[in-house]
Design a protein around this ligand. Structure first.
Ligand SMILES: CC(C)(COP(=O)(O)OP(=O)(O)OC[C@H]1O[C@@H](n2cnc3c(N)ncnc32)[C@H](O)[C@@H]1OP(=O)(O)O)[C@@H](O)C(=O)NCCC(=O)NCCS
Length: 145
């Protein structure tokens, strides 16, 4: 990973589509089907990861990737499909291979969530080998490859 500095900031915008609402997260869950069709917490957090992944992209070496290792996020206002969400992430700490961000999200009407997120920068092939060892242990199919 090339140098990523504390204070480095990245912004991403994403318009919420119809299919990123709470019932879409687990269509097989009757509980999720009882919640109104507003932007799901899971997708809001996922988009925060997406913004941090974009921020990391120019710093990765060939063969490197990143995985999410920590989320601590509030969700404080409901967003409807069709509204645009802006994500702002700022690097707060670089601890070896782990990069920490402060993340904030705003829709057309104001703040909707904020918190902390960390990603580990990893060698992709080694990570996948480890995942495949876990698959063997758990007796489930490994990564296709
Ligand atoms: C990030 C993570 C690998 C770090 O774990 P860790 O306990 O510090 O890692 P360890 O040093 O004990 O290594 C365990 C295995 O992790 C993987 N790993 C560790 N360091 C790695 C690196 N620098 N590059 C690639 N894989 C690595 C390897 O599979 C390693 O096994 P190995 O040493 O036999 O190759 C672990 O926290 C993790 O897998 N978290 C889940 C992340 C995830 O799946 N997020 C969702 C997808 S975004």
């Amino acid at each position: 990973m090339s140098q990523i500095a504390v204070g480095e900031r990245h912004t991403m915008t994403y318009r919420v589509p119809e299919n990123r609402c709470v019932p879409d997260v687990f269509p097989e869950s009757p509980e999720f089907q009882t919640v109104p069709r507003v932007f799901a917490t899971a997708y809001m957090v996922g988009a925060m990861e997406w913004a941090c992944m974009e921020a990391l992209r120019p710093h990765l070496e060939p063969g490197q990737g990143s995985v999410g290792v920590h989320v601590d996020i509030s969700h404080t206002a409901a967003t409807l499909p069709g509204m645009e969400v802006r994500y702002e992430c700022t690097v707060t700490e670089v601890d070896g291979r782990t990069v920490w961000w402060e993340v904030k999200a705003f829709d057309d009407l104001g703040p909707i969530g904020e918190g902390r997120h960390a990603r580990a920068v990893l060698d992709q092939a080694r990570f996948e080998a480890g995942v495949n060892r876990r698959a063997e242990q758990a007796e489930v199919p490994g990564l296709a490859g």
